[in-house]
Write a protein that binds this ligand. Structure first.
Ligand SMILES: [Zn+2]
Length: 511
């Protein structure tokens, strides 16, 4: 067995001895790809020993980063884990960037993010940024955070809604250059360092264009940047097709959403925090109900996914095409169903409500914490309460919970305190927890699914809300009609072994 773990046994003997190199291929990278880099002391050849099959794009990007041809060899997971341990202490990323300079580059076209482009870029800062964005796409990160520290910067990704550390950057100058480079790409003012700035840029990755939204914020140590990844391909990957089933809704939830989507008129709102999958749910709903016999028009910021047979209009604030103005034009365009990407201003809310009251079915998203808060949001925007409740058919509040990784899930028994807290009895359910493995990057979670609460309005509930009855009374009435709160739905998922108590606490509030 120990023979299996020796590096020399896996590699060509004639070129040995081989040694692991955690200088050129830092621990963070090795962990991320579950692969270590070995270099031959006689020929200088480089080999990556990984536990998975090589991906051509990954290999190209590695070659660009190392500036040298690299061969990939698939090895035993146990051996890779053993070798990874050898470089545990070394966690220093891309130290060659310290002397880097950023050169300006402001062509309006989408820059190509590929192995070729990465190797052509002379500047290490450009290479570091490109490699970071490339890794973010590979990992399915929704956001890349660059946070300035006293000595440089920390780069973190948000994957499946949770932040994780990716690498540290040494040197305040390098951190500043990284942010400058992002500003150049987004055509922002590089000289402005004291005010927040927002922008966007595009990159071409494997033949497709990916949009990124940039937000810059001055902090104590410099400027912090957050890059949101708007990757259309990611939505396409949700189970191959965009359906409510693929998003993980339960059978009764799917039936209820479909029934709402087939109403002749009124308004269906989806609510939840940023990144809770609201828009994807609306896309799936529209894709399912679209038969070709009705006209569907959407206005979005930006259009994240193209739906066949649906007229989609992107918001263009610079040219004056706002949600409200676009929605007004759409209503003159004879639609049956309208989707408004987001209701965030009183004017859009007003027009959407009017459209719902005059024979259209309107779909939209609103930022709120639960189904009941949506009504409060509309009140704050100064809308007429009676009109809002008359227009509203239903509100779907949703969250995305991370799923326990199937590859490393193990049964366990929660302690008595936990069971009592959630009103559960010992031995009633089989709880599962991920121990962390190569498939889930050591997190114990892989993939996400939607959990939801649906508030359906009937005349009784409408009367209560319009009469400004206390919230407790409205909630009780909704529950009496069979509405199950988010927390209950999520707890059920925990009891089925799909997710954990930690996720339950992360995504829902104990009310
Ligand atoms: Zn796992």
């Amino acid at each position: 067995m120990s023979e299996q773990l020796s590096l020399q046994d896996w590699l060509p003997k004639e070129q040995g001895p081989w040694a692991l190199d955690f200088e050129a291929w830092p621990q963070a990278q090795a962990q991320r790809w579950r692969a270590v880099l070995a270099v031959s002391s006689s020929s200088g050849r480089k080999m990556l020993l990984g536990e998975r099959e090589a991906d051509a794009m990954l290999l190209q990007s590695v070659e660009a980063r190392l500036q040298s041809p690299v061969r990939w060899l698939r090895c035993d997971a146990a051996a890779v884990t053993h070798w990874l341990g050898a470089g545990e202490a070394d966690f220093r990323a891309l130290s060659d960037v310290e002397e880097a300079v950023v050169e300006a580059d402001s062509s309006g076209d989408a820059l190509e993010l590929s192995a070729l482009a990465m190797s052509e870029q002379a500047s290490p800062v450009v290479r570091l940024l490109n490699a970071t964005l490339y890794d973010a796409l590979q990992d399915g990160a929704s956001d890349v955070h660059i946070e300035c520290t006293l000595r440089g910067a920390v780069i973190r990704f948000r994957v499946d809604g949770v932040m994780s550390m990716v690498r540290t950057v040494e040197g305040a100058a390098v951190a500043e250059q990284l942010v400058s480079r992002l500003k150049v790409m987004s055509e922002l003012d590089i000289g402005e360092r004291r005010l927040p700035q927002d922008g966007r840029f595009k990159l071409k990755v494997q033949g497709r264009e990916v949009d990124f939204r940039l937000s810059i914020m001055p902090s104590v140590f410099g400027e912090d940047a957050v890059v949101r990844v708007l990757d259309r391909a990611r939505i396409e990957q949700t189970g191959g097709s965009l359906t409510l089933d693929a998003l993980g809704f339960q059978a009764d939830e799917r039936a209820a959403i479909r029934a709402q989507a087939r109403q002749p008129h009124g308004m269906l709102l989806v609510t939840g925090p940023t990144g809770s999958g609201k828009t994807t749910t609306l896309y799936a709903t529209l894709a399912e109900i679209h038969t070709g016999s009705d006209k569907i028009i959407t206005i979005e910021d930006p259009v994240e996914y193209q739906l066949a047979g649906v007229v989609q209009i992107p918001v263009n604030e610079k040219k004056g095409l706002t949600f409200s103005r676009g929605l007004r034009s759409i209503l003159r365009h004879d639609p049956d169903r309208v989707m408004v990407g987001e209701i965030r201003d009183p004017e859009t809310a007003q027009i959407a409500v009017q459209a719902a009251l005059t024979g259209h079915l309107v779909f939209s998203t609103v930022h709120a914490n639960n189904a009941f808060d949506v009504i409060g949001r509309f009140m704050h925007m100064g809308l007429d309460l009676y009109n809002v409740v008359s227009a509203l058919n239903a509100v779907l509040a949703q969250r995305l919970v991370r799923l326990t990784c199937k590859h490393c899930a193990r049964p366990y028994s929660p302690d008595a305190v936990t069971l009592t807290r959630y009103g559960l009895k010992e031995g009633e359910h089989q709880f599962l927890r991920g121990e962390g493995c190569g498939h889930c990057r050591g997190t114990g979670y892989k993939g996400r699914r939607a959990v939801a609460e649906l508030l359906k309005l009937d005349d009784g509930l409408r009367d209560l809300i319009a009469a400004r009855a206390p919230m407790s009374q409205i909630k009780e009435a909704a529950r009496a009609r069979g509405m199950k709160p988010l927390r209950v739905m999520t707890l059920q998922a925990v009891c089925r072994g799909e997710t954990t108590f930690e996720e339950l606490e992360r995504v829902t509030l104990d009310e």
